[in-house]
Every structure is written in structure tokens, then in C-alpha cells.
Design a protein around this ligand. Structure first.
Ligand code: GLT
Ligand code: MN
Ligand code: MN
Length: 389
């Protein structure tokens, strides 16, 4: 049974220029695919049905492009967007490829590198806004260390804060309609990266001068690399009003940063993630920050991109099915049943409530002896995912 599951603009499926444009280089191997120009990538994305395209400043124009060359590239890119109807919802800065950033950017020990990083980011923000971006991602890249002899971790946090505060003011001063989304990754390309998880980022944001402008861009693989539950981080970001963007892909625990096609490894986790995003009504981009296996040619890249979107849409349908499944819902109702016997102690604190609760008695053994039915619930979920329900 093959159904089309065609992506629609309201799905807000996006890809970075660097994702489908990935040439398959790795630390041990040369490129296996021809590099596509930004214009070619836009047309490929339009062909597979994507809604938008994101970019780093240097995905679009090389770091050493002359102003004239840069303008020509931007003009042709803009033309491709007009020809295809693709939009640019997000942009970001490459602060990690050039050797100047070998010690990080905003946290580098050399103040000239930090100043250059700010300059490069302001220029890249201008470019992103010019092309329509409303979300600006900060993935730290090399903001970390090989050895803690090199950098004081408190200084690193303070330098990052200073940079973010400066850039927030820059955006306000320019009158841009732009929000920042901070993306954590624990241990690549350097062994230890500061603000290593989405949770760290959330805590850090609260210390900024304009926290309302700043949210997060969690990536599936990055929490999974750290052995953490991605959904829980997404949920915390959402609950805090900070889920500004999301990077979807997949990853096996204990491996390098694989950036696999969405759903390629952990189908059940992908299912609960899609279900969460759809249930809460997340309306930002669903950005696939992933790339095709190194074994693939141009057709394989399209298979990869279509696969990301198709899996998302299939899981979205499965989520609706899960929500409508009578047996699953009956079980959930049972699991969450409330006989009202604790109503008197619920809600806000009062001394009277506290005293009454301290005086109450509970049948601890009965509480511990009760089976919760989660085995059945999970098996029903698995069977639904396997197409048996
Ligand atoms: C890089 C990284 C990603 C970030 C991108 C944005 S670049 O591929 O691994 O997770 O989102 O800078
Ligand atoms: Mn990644
Ligand atoms: Mn990412």
C-alpha cells in the first residue's frame, strides 16, 4: 500500500543548503557527490516538495567572495526562490569552518577572533533578514575545548552572554523582526562543548538581557549523542515558550554525529516526537538537519529528502490514529483516573492544606502493589506503528 503523503506548505518542511548539498566528505574520505550551487539546491528542494531553505552565510557566498561576487550569488539565489516559491525561514552563521575559529568564536581566547565573530554574525544577520529569515540559529560549533587548561568555563559562559546581548541589541537597533534560537551539541567537533544540551541553553537564556528574543533549536541527534531523551528536552523548551525552531534527523547512541534521515534509527522516539509537535500545535519550521548516506548519488539525495518528509507525515497520521484508538484511550483514561479522594490537598499551598495532608493516611502497600498497564499500552503503540491496528 503506497500512498503519496505529499508535503504541503503548512507542514513547513525545510532543509539547509548544507543538508541536501552535503557532498559526503568525512574525516576519512573525500567528497562522493558533485557540489550543487545554491540555485541548483533550491530547485532540487522544490522538486521534492519542500517549503523552505535555510543557510549559513558561507553556504551561499564563499567566505572570501568579493562584494560583487556575493551580490551576484545573492541575486541568483533570490531569483531561484522567486521561481520556485521556496521561502527562507531561518539563517545562521558559519563560525566553525575557517581556521580562524579553531578555538571557537564567541568563546575564543583571542579577543580579535571574538570581535571578528561578532562582525561576521552581524553581516550574516543582515543577509538572512534581507532574504526573509525570521529565526536566526546559533550553533556554537567549536565553542569548547580539548583541554580545560585552555579556558575557564565561567569565562566562556560570560563571553557567550556578552556576545548574545550585543547581537540582541544589534537586531533591535536595526529594527529587524528576528528571534534567536540556540542549538546545543555535546561533543562534536570538539570533545567538550559549552552549554552542551538544550537544558543548558534554557538556563543560559534566562541570564540574558533580552531573554524574550532568544529560544532554542533542539536537534534530535544532539540530545541522543549525549544519551538523553530528546522529547523531554523539546517538551521543556515548549513549556517554557522557547521552542523557536527544531532540527529533525536521527542518530544511534554512541556513534559520531550521523545526521541520518529522520526516523532512520529510532522510529518509536520519532513517533512520540511527531505526536508531541502535532498535539501541542507547534507551528514553526520542521527543519531536516540531516544528509543522505555517503553511498548516495543525486537521486539518492532526493530519496533521502523525500524520506524525511514522508516519514514525518506517516508518523503524523499514526499519531492521529493513536489519539483516536479506543483501546489506547481507554487505557490512558484508566491510567490517569482520579477518584477525587485527594482533592482537598490539591493546588496552591495553604497551611490548613499542609496540616490536613500531614494528618492523612495512605495505603502505601496498595499503592505499590497496583499494576499500571504500561506494558499493554506500549505494545499497543508498537502494534499500531507496525501497521496492525
Ligand atoms: C552543522 C551542525 C548542525 C547545525 C548547523 C547550523 S551546521 O551541520 O551539525 O547541527 O544545526 O549551524
Ligand atoms: Mn547534527
Ligand atoms: Mn542542527
Amino acid at each position: 500500500m503506497t500512498r503519496p503523503f505529499l508535503p504541503q506548505p503548512h507542514d513547513k518542511f525545510t532543509f539547509g543548503l548544507w543538508t541536501v548539498g552535503n557532498v559526503g566528505r568525512d574525516p576519512f574520505g573525500d567528497p562522493v557527490r558533485w557540489a550543487m550551487s545554491p540555485v541548483e539546491i533550491v530547485h532540487l528542494l522544490a522538486e521534492v516538495g519542500a517549503y523552505g531553505v535555510n543557510f549559513h552565510d558561507n553556504d551561499l557566498a564563499p567566505i572570501d567572495a568579493s562584494p560583487a561576487e556575493r551580490d551576484r550569488i545573492v541575486r541568483s539565489f533570490r531569483q531561484a526562490l522567486e521561481d520556485t516559491g521556496l521561502v527562507v525561514p531561518m539563517a545562521t552563521t558559519n563560525l566553525f569552518t575557517d581556521p580562524a575559529f579553531k578555538d571557537g568564536a564567541f568563546t575564543a581566547n583571542d579577543p580579535r577572533v571574538r570581535a571578528y565573530a561578532l562582525q561576521k554574525t552581524m553581516q550574516a544577520i543582515d543577509l538572512g533578514v534581507e532574504l526573509g529569515a525570521q529565526v536566526y540559529v546559533f550553533w556554537g560549533g567549536r565553542e569548547g575545548v580539548e583541554t580545560d587548561a585552555a579556558k575557564n568555563p565561567v569565562t566562556a559562559i560570560q563571553r557567550t552572554r556578552e556576545a548574545m546581548n550585543f547581537l540582541c541589541e544589534y537586531v533591535q537597533d536595526q529594527g529587524y523582526d528576528l528571534r534567536f534560537a540556540l542549538e546545543a551539541k555535546p561533543n562534536e567537533p570538539r570533545g567538550d562543548i559549552y552549554n552542551a544540551t538544550t537544558g543548558n541553553m534554557l538556563a543560559f537564556i534566562a541570564t540574558l538581557e533580552h531573554p524574550e528574543m532568544v529560544g532554542v533549536n533542539p536537534e534530535v541527534a544532539h540530545e541522543q549523542m549525549a544519551g538523553l531523551n530528546f522529547l523531554h528536552h523539546v517538551a521543556q523548551a515548549w513549556e517554557a515558550g522557547k521552542l523557536f525552531h527544531i532540527d529533525l534527523n536521527d542518530q544511534a547512541f554512541g556513534r559520531y554525529d550521523q545526521d541520518y534521515r529522520f526516523g532512520a534509527v529510532n522510529l518509536k522516539s520519532a513517533f512520540f516526537l511527531v505526536k508531541f509537535l502535532e498535539d501541542v500545535g507547534y507551528d514553526g519550521s520542521r527543519h531536516f538537519d540531516a544528509h543522505a548516506y555517503r553511498t548516495e548519488d543525486r537521486e539518492g539525495v532526493k530519496d533521502f529528502a523525500r524520506g524525511c518528509m514522508r516519514t514525518y507525515l506517516i508518523l503524523k497520521e499514526k499519531a492521529a490514529q493513536w489519539n483516536a484508538d479506543r483501546e489506547i484511550q481507554a487505557l490512558l483514561a484508566e491510567i490517569n483516573a482520579d477518584d477525587g479522594s485527594t482533592d482537598a490537598w490539591k493546588g496552591a499551598y495553604s497551611r490548613a492544606k499542609a496540616n490536613a495532608l500531614k494528618a492523612a493516611s495512605f495505603d502505601r502497600q496498595a499503592l505499590g502493589a497496583r499494576g499500571l498497564g504500561y506494558e499493554r499500552l506500549d505494545q499497543l503503540t508498537v502494534e499500531l506503528l507496525l501497521g496492525l491496528r
